[in-house]
Design a protein around this ligand. Structure first.
Ligand code: AVJ
Length: 323
């Protein structure tokens, strides 16, 4: 992997050898899979924003409504002159809710793998919050990162909204929460949004919408492989599938091959049988107790938590020990 570093527009793209390695590893395994983090190229990020507007996709709306209601309480728990560090910041929309309610936050570090999303967010936040110091970090927050000195000398609040934590299997979620604790440092707080279990009749349509936007988001992975790895996969020879896995408490997304086919990717021949699937995403759904247990395993304590009850969604304020 690579270390996150500050970059400006116009510098070369992050080298794509880990993409090629990960794609080939995933597609040559006995059960094919692709890492969900590769959804978010420019087209994928736009499709994800369209998903957030869908009537079936309750996640963003629910979390935003909940945050809107609770930011005054969160603000009361955040120290003066704190720095906010956001994991996978995207367009930084929910960030504004926090910044508006907690003006004591005077440094903001968005971390994202999309250079354009970072640059756009930094520009628009600078315009709205002239007193805020914005220090974007381009990088993968699952890889080692170092925070700028300005942040390390302040109280630190991590922010990880959107239930992105749900993309990680329990052991990996604990690892991520533990690395976040190390990154954010002693005495840090960590505000995490986690989607809660709800009936499959609500969950499945949220990941398989009537307009087919989620299907396009899923198939965009194939489009990205074609473009970045010089392949010629026909996305129409795959269908989008979303399924609730009750045993593991997760929604799974798959791309199912509609026929026997062989595709060439980066010099390798990859064969699909009709009906064979590529597992492209897990979106774990939590209970309050289950999420609390994961956080505690990672060395955090739950300082406060809030849950929306219409479409159950949880926001957890975690606290790291002081020493
Ligand atoms: C951004 C990971 C939270 O799992 O709900 C949306 C991604 N995938 N529709 C989610 C996603 C399909 C989303 N997260």
């Amino acid at each position: 992997m690579f270390n996150a570093q500050r970059r400006t527009r116009g510098e070369p793209e992050i080298e794509n050898s880990s993409f090629r390695t990960d794609v080939l590893r995933g597609l040559t395994a006995r059960r094919k899979s692709l890492p969900a983090k590769y959804f978010y190229d420019a087209a994928g990020s736009r499709l994800f924003e369209a998903i957030c507007e869908l009537p079936e996709y309750y996640v963003t709306r629910t979390e935003t409504a909940l945050l809107t209601r609770i930011v005054p309480e969160i603000s009361a728990l955040i120290p003066q002159r704190a720095a906010l560090v956001e994991f996978g910041s995207g367009a930084s929309v929910k960030t504004r809710l926090l910044l508006d309610a907690a003006p004591q936050l005077d440094v903001y570090v968005p971390i994202d793998i999309s250079e354009t999303a970072l640059a756009d967010a930094a520009r628009s936040l600078n315009a709205t919050y002239p007193a805020l110091t914005v220090l974007p970090l381009l990088g993968d927050f699952t890889a080692p990162i170092t925070l700028p000195k300005l942040v390390r000398e302040r109280p630190v609040v991590g922010f990880f909204p959107g239930s992105t934590i749900g993309n990680f299997a329990p052991a990996a979620a604990v690892d991520l929460l533990r690395s976040a604790r190390t990154l954010l440092g002693q005495g840090a707080q960590f505000l995490v949004g986690a989607d809660l279990v709800k009936p499959p009749s609500v969950l499945v349509p949220a990941y398989d919408d009537a307009q087919g936007v989620t299907a396009a988001f899923n198939k965009n992975l194939l489009v990205r492989i074609n473009r970045e790895l010089g392949a010629a996969i026909d996305p129409d020879r795959f269908r989008h599938r979303a399924v609730w896995n009750a045993t593991d408490s997760r929604i799974e997304m798959h791309l199912v091959s509609l026929q026997d086919q062989t595709v060439e990717i980066a010099g390798r021949s990859i064969t699909f049988a009709a009906g064979e699937s590529i597992h492209t995403e897990n979106s774990y759904k939590f209970t309050v107790d289950g999420f609390t247990a994961l956080a505690e395993q990672a060395g955090w304590r739950v300082q406060a938590s809030w849950a929306d009850s219409d479409f159950p969604f949880g926001v957890f304020l975690l606290a790291a020990p002081d020493a």
